[in-house]
Design a binder for this molecule. Structure first.
Ligand SMILES: CC(C)(COP(=O)(O)OP(=O)(O)OC[C@H]1O[C@@H](n2cnc3c(N)ncnc32)[C@H](O)[C@@H]1OP(=O)(O)O)[C@@H](O)C(=O)NCCC(=O)NCCS
Length: 390
């Protein structure tokens, strides 16, 4: 049966079959969501970002590729976000998912993405293909009444609309560059404008130097993003959300573990912290290294050997040079024992996982542990996080 399997680009004619596989993978799609699902699907497929596996004419597996930017060390790097990976039950466990993911990785390389990331429902298949944990999506919970009392009354705040999308993105860029943020996604202005147009489901407020986007979450409130460039604005925006304390007891918030709100709120966040881990893979190590930011004030020269049978294009021996907050990989003809990484080890290092952890899990070997500290510092920084699930 599997001899006839081939990679295909999903077309509109395939969408019924994809929905059938999807229902068997994630549960049936509610009728009310079908129109939006189809609209999104068409967007992906017209742009070559919907890859499938077909057996003869029948589609038996599919996955979508998001065209994201992802902040690393305060700079944006193109990243292929993989979502909706589904294999029809009768085809599972015989390599169809892996075949699909190889097609997805190849397409991502063709599209010029040096990185790919995903939220794994199971890590096994993705680890085999070179993905490793890159960071988390953290949800902290605060008492609305506590946030309400944070003050900032002198700061003027107004309701935001689609025309503010550009300003939102400027504030985001300033914040992530300044914090040397890693992991968090960058969105196109048109998408942000689309969200801001939906002022029934999204409550967005803008100050001179910050904004908040929040929403109901059952009987509670949920902050999807809050950026503030001053203490007073942070207080004002959190207090605006907390002003709902008469009807909402808790404010859930997607924020970085390093977010200043942890230092501003009087009461410790409820012990309901949730984290969803996402995985990262490098598809083009020299491009990924050249595009990201590195810790300022750190100069490193190190050789490394990259083993990557799935993406042979970037495998081999490299000289890593980091200086003035930037890095580059150049081919090396050196011999001898150097730091040796597979795709998973490289993803871990890139995401700031300490080399001691990578060595202790067998993901890094060779070279001298005495050199690890400098590499950890170069790739390190605030913990990598995402705000969005995809
Ligand atoms: C997860 C899924 C995509 C895997 O597809 P598949 O065709 O079975 O994958 P493969 O046969 O290529 O498996 C590759 C490896 O992953 C392992 N694997 C696959 N599914 C697994 C699972 N649910 N739990 C643990 N390991 C799993 C396989 O055993 C295999 O490892 P092995 O070679 O050591 O045996 C498929 O089961 C599916 O569609 N599940 C429902 C939807 C879902 O969870 N999608 C993933 C969203 S991130």
């Amino acid at each position: 049966m599997t001899d006839a399997l081939r990679l295909v680009d999903i077309t509109e004619d395939h969408l019924d079959a994809v929905l059938r596989v999807r229902a068997r993978s994630f549960g049936p799609l509610p009728a009310s969501s079908r129109e939006q699902w189809t609209k999104d699907a068409v967007e992906f497929l017209t742009d070559g970002r919907y890859v499938g596996v077909a057996d003869g004419d029948e589609v038996v597996a599919a996955a979508r590729i998001w065209d994201f930017q992802q902040w690393w060390g305060g700079r944006q790097v193109p990243m292929a976000g993989i979502a909706g990976v589904v294999v029809s039950p009768e085809y599972r466990g015989r390599g169809v998912g892996s075949m699909l993911m190889r097609g997805v990785m190849q397409r991502s390389i063709e599209r010029g993405c040096p990185l790919t990331a995903l939220y794994p429902a199971t890590t096994v298949i993705y680890r085999k293909l070179g993905y490793e944990f890159g960071g988390g999506r953290y949800r902290f919970s605060f008492q609305a009444a506590d946030l309400r009392s944070l003050g900032g009354r002198g700061v003027s705040i107004r309701r935001a609309g689609p025309a503010d999308a550009g300003r939102f993105l400027e504030l985001v860029a300033e914040a992530h560059e300044g914090a040397r943020a890693s992991g968090v996604l960058g969105w196109p202005e048109a998408k942000v404008a689309e969200w801001l147009a939906d002022d029934e489901d999204i409550f967005a407020y803008l100050a001179d130097d910050g904004f908040v986007v929040y929403n109901w979450d059952g009987n509670n409130l949920r902050v999807d993003e809050l950026i503030a460039h001053s203490e007073e604005t942070a207080r004002a925006l959190w207090a605006t959300v907390g002003s709902g304390s008469s009807t909402a007891r808790t404010v859930h918030a997607y924020v970085s573990p390093n977010d200043p709100v942890h230092l501003l709120a009087q009461l410790e966040a409820d012990k309901e912290m949730q984290v969803q881990h996402w995985m990262l893979r490098l598809l083009d190590a020299p491009a990924a290294v050249a595009a990201r930011g590195f810790a300022p004030g750190v100069a490193v020269e190190a050789e490394l050997q990259l083993d990557d049978a799935e993406v042979p294009g970037h495998a081999g021996r490299w000289q890593l040079s980091v200086a003035d907050g930037a890095g580059k990989l150049t081919p090396s003809s050196g011999t001898g024992d150097v730091l040796r990484l597979g795709a998973r080890g490289l993803a871990g290092l890139y995401a700031g996982t300490p080399l001691a952890s990578l060595r202790a899990s067998g993901l890094a070997t060779g070279g001298s542990v005495r050199d690890d500290g400098a590499l950890d510092t170069a790739f390190g920084g605030p913990a990598a996080y995402m705000l969005d699930f995809f």
